[in-house]
Design a protein around this ligand. Structure first.
Ligand code: BES
Ligand code: MN
Ligand code: ZN
Length: 497
């Protein structure tokens, strides 16, 4: 999609979208361009707004088809809501609404006016970002498709008061959208295409963005003593991988990085503790955490973020097989701690245990954030509206929650503590990999914490938010890319410069 920014000049033909603020005496407030269109159509705009009770409420739309007095094919009014509350994420959501209304047209002009000098460029850039976020499609495996069902939108001209600034702002927004799309792509790929080694191959595309890409195979991980991760991959024909991505954008390249760790189970059958058949296909997106890591690295690299970040993905396929690990097996993690594997379907924590340990040993990070589709229990607790956050550090946790709030990828903190940790005591090993069945997301987090030394750490359980069949405000149905915008914002607000 080609997006350009220019000064406001109402076009003579085609589709024009005009943002209309809420205000005045409870009604809509037309900016100069909208007022000009109203005049040109001899008041058709005002009459239509009145008849449809369109007051400029945020995300509400009103369409005028072939308005008399013009050669336009359509005028789409879109509500901006109260300008006082119009922020970047609100602009993105408005962009997404515009996309849905105009996707079948090849091109459109969007006019954003009256927002005030300080915000105009930022809002225009994010509005454009929202259009792109919602336009995501994954059609590579379709060999036939109804032509009429296919979106046609190719070019978007955003007209605003400060187009040069908007264009600059948009460069950073577009980098993040690129990252989100990369995440959505890898997460959506089927599990016969994306497996540990092919995930690594896909991640190597990031070298073009300036990211350093490195991967360890099973021989190297065996040497490191990663018995917990390797046990999970043991029943798979595919070789397990540890993917390491580095973006050293800070002035001081040797400054301690931030570490972002992702669960990358490319397919989770449950292993010998096999999952039921219905819905098992969802487990292709059990690498959603790793998907966020690669998308985030793309976003940071493409916007040349002045920060050092290392991304690590534990990539395994969890399969039942004669060689697979059994319920009851005891494995030794890289940390030296032993784990009784009572349920081979609680595999994500086993993978993360070794990756978290490795991340701390090798990189001495100033903080660690992990993302994982770790538990079904988090979906019971929070549904699709929030991801769960667990942390040993109030400050880190507050910063992540604030970033999530700002980009509308919300987090809700759940408690941790010894009361819960007791639940994973084992009679024969240092711990077992499942709790007693209650508060399953918390016992999973307690398990992870046993592999954290004294570094600020947060664990995001994203099982409920990685995939959304109906779609969200900024994503069509399927993979959402949740986490990329959140961590990008968290890093931008707290670690850059
Ligand atoms: N990948 C699943 C968690 C999951 C479930 C993610 C549904 C997305 C949607 C994880 O590996 C798993 O199987 N967890 C078990 C843990 C249990 C055996 C303690 C679960 O949540 O049932
Ligand atoms: Mn599982
Ligand atoms: Zn899993």
């Amino acid at each position: 999609m080609n997006i350009t920014f220019s000064k406001i000049a109402v076009p003579a033909q085609g589709v024009v979208v005009v943002g209309v603020a809420e205000g005045g005496a409870g009604g809509a407030k037309l900016g100069p361009a909208a007022a000009k269109l109203d005049k040109q159509t001899r008041g058709a705009l005002s009459r239509a707004m009145k008849a449809a009770e369109f007051t400029g409420k945020r995300e509400k739309t009103l369409t005028l088809v072939v308005p008399a007095g013009t050669k336009l094919s359509r005028i789409l009014l879109v509500g901006l809501g109260s300008l006082k509350f119009l922020d970047a994420v609100a602009a993105e959501r408005i962009g997404a609404v515009i996309y849905d209304a105009v996707a079948k047209d090849p091109s459109m002009v969007v006019i954003l006016e009256g927002t005030g000098a300080a915000d105009n460029a930022l809002l225009a850039a994010h509005l454009a970002g929202g259009i792109r976020l919602k336009s995501y499609r994954f059609a590579k495996y379709r060999t036939k498709e109804d032509k009429d069902a296919k979106p046609k939108l190719k070019s978007v001209a955003v007209q605003c008061e400060y187009p040069a600034d908007a264009k600059k702002r948009y460069a950073a927004v577009a980098a993040v959208v690129d990252g989100v799309f990369f995440t959505r792509d890898v997460v959506t790929e089927p599990p016969n295409i994306i497996y540990p080694e092919s995930f690594v191959a896909r991640a190597k595309e990031l070298t073009k963005d300036g990211v350093k890409v490195e991967a360890l195979g099973e021989a190297a991980m065996t040497k490191l003593g990663m018995g917990a991760l390797l046990g999970v991959g043991q029943g798979s024909e595919r070789e397990s991988q540890l993917l390491i991505l580095r973006w050293d954008g800070a002035k001081d390249k040797s400054a301690a990085p931030l570490a972002i760790v992702g669960k990358g189970v490319t397919f989770d059958s449950g292993g010998i503790s096999l999952k039921p058949g219905a819905g098992m296909w969802d487990m292709k997106w059990d690498m959603g955490g790793a998907g966020v890591v690669v998308g985030l690295m793309r976003a940071l690299a493409r916007r040349k973020a002045p920060v050092n970040v290392v991304g690590l993905c534990g990539l395994v396929e969890n399969m039942p097989d004669a060689k697979a690990q059994r319920p009851g097996d005891i494995v030794t993690s890289m940390s030296g701690q032993t784990i009784e594997v009572l349920n081979t379907d609680a595999e994500g924590r086993l993978v993360l245990a070794d990756v978290l340990w490795y991340a701390q040993q090798r990189f001495k990070p100033k903080a660690i954030v992990d993302l994982a589709t770790l538990t079904g229990a988090i979906i019971q607790a929070l549904s699709e509206h929030y991801a769960g956050i667990f942390s040993n550090n109030d400050d880190l946790s507050a910063k992540l929650i604030a970033a999530g709030q700002a980009v509308s990828e919300r987090l809700w903190r759940l408690p941790m503590g010894d009361e819960y940790d007791r639940d994973i005591k084992s009679p024969v090993a240092d711990m077992k990999n499942i709790g007693g069945g209650r508060a399953g997301s918390i016992t999973a987090a307690q398990f992870l914490q046993r592999f954290i030394k004294d570094v600020p750490w947060a664990h995001l359980d994203i099982a409920g938010v990685v995939w959304n069949e109906k779609g969200t405000a900024l994503a069509p149905g399927g993979s959402t890319g949740y986490g990329v915008r959140l961590l990008n914002r968290f890093i931008a607000d707290n670690y850059e410069r």
